[in-house]
Design a protein around this ligand. Structure first.
Ligand code: AMP
Ligand code: ZN
Ligand code: FE
Ligand code: FE
Length: 281
């Protein structure tokens, strides 16, 4: 059984529609795929229809923008009740921050002499509810200013570069209990990847487990073999679920093909058994 628990569609910053993503997952030989768009659940219905037709299992999820000790941390949530009011309220606030950031990024780039407009970005964002830097990057590529998303981030969109603008993210210690109360399973995405860095050490993960953290994503392209080995041993110590995934973004991210990393079936079963059980319930 091949299981990929972290992918993005055009509901956030992936380039495949949710339906196409699921069909590609089936074609790639996956039996289970989770759709985990940034701060959004709007792709679930289309993905579920495609999964039913393709005969594979869809795990509805999302990847929430959080902060922990002044660093950005991505929190994967699986199978939460999408109507749970505190979850809806947090996502509304994050998405409002994303929406407000677009004109600020456009203005910052215009101030550097780049003739980009909000409409250019909106066109790239298409049906996404989670407007983001990748859509600004796509507009810059279309204008011929950079070659691809990677160059756009390095030259213009990463922190410290001219087009970077901060946005709201929810404190991780607030978000984990909300996800758990929504019946969801909380798993930290790429804990030692680009942004999480060294703040998520074993002591920090132990304290987050007390709040309801269920697992950590270990097998991810941002993690070296040494990081994976160390994270796996921390997960064993703390009895956390271990996941693996592609973090596929369609054509938006190279080296993240569907199924490039996968989750062990036993770990997946553990994750499923934790869903639908609010903290303390
Ligand atoms: P945002 O959420 O709008 O702040 O943008 C962050 C998103 O950009 C993340 O989901 C990453 O997947 C994506 N991203 C970050 N760096 C790069 C890069 N160098 N190339 C392509 N995508 C990137
Ligand atoms: Zn992304
Ligand atoms: Fe992420
Ligand atoms: Fe992701």
């Amino acid at each position: 059984m091949r299981i990929d628990l972290h992918t993005h569609s055009s509901a956030s910053d992936g380039t495949d529609t949710p339906g196409d993503l699921v069909r590609e997952a089936a074609a790639a030989g996956l039996d289970v795929v989770a759709l985990t768009d940034h701060d959004a659940m709007s792709g679930w219905a289309e993905a579920q229809r495609a999964a039913d037709e393709a005969g594979i299992t869809l795990v509805p999820g999302l990847e929430i923008s959080t902060t922990f000790r002044h660093r950005g941390v991505h929190l994967l949530g699986y199978l939460p009740d999408p109507a749970y009011p505190p979850l809806v309220a947090v996502l509304d606030r994050i998405l409002a921050g994303r929406t407000a950031r677009t004109p600020a990024m456009v203005a910052a780039l215009q101030a550097r002499g780049i003739a980009i407009t909000e409409d250019d970005v909106r066109r790239e964002a298409g049906g996404s509810v989670a407007a983001g830097r990748p859509h600004v990057a796509d507009a810059l590529v279309r204008m011929g200013i950079v070659a691809d998303r990677t160059e756009a981030f390095h030259v213009l969109l990463n922190p410290g570069r001219p087009g970077y603008v901060d946005r709201y993210a929810v404190p991780l210690e607030e978000m984990i209990p909300i996800l758990a109360a929504a019946g969801g399973v909380a798993v930290i995405a790429h804990p030692w990847g680009r942004s999480g860095g060294s703040v998520l050490d074993e002591a920090a993960l132990a304290s987050l487990k007390e709040l309801g953290l269920a697992g950590i994503e270990v097998d991810h392209q941002d993690h070296s073999p040494a990081f994976r080995a160390r994270l796996r041993s921390i997960a064993t110590d703390l009895d956390l679920v271990v996941t693996g995934s592609s973090d596929h973004h369609g054509l938006g991210k190279v080296g993240h093909d569907l199924g490039v990393n996968t989750t062990d079936p036993e770990q997946y079963e553990r994750l499923l058994s934790l869903a639908g059980r609010p903290l303390g319930g």
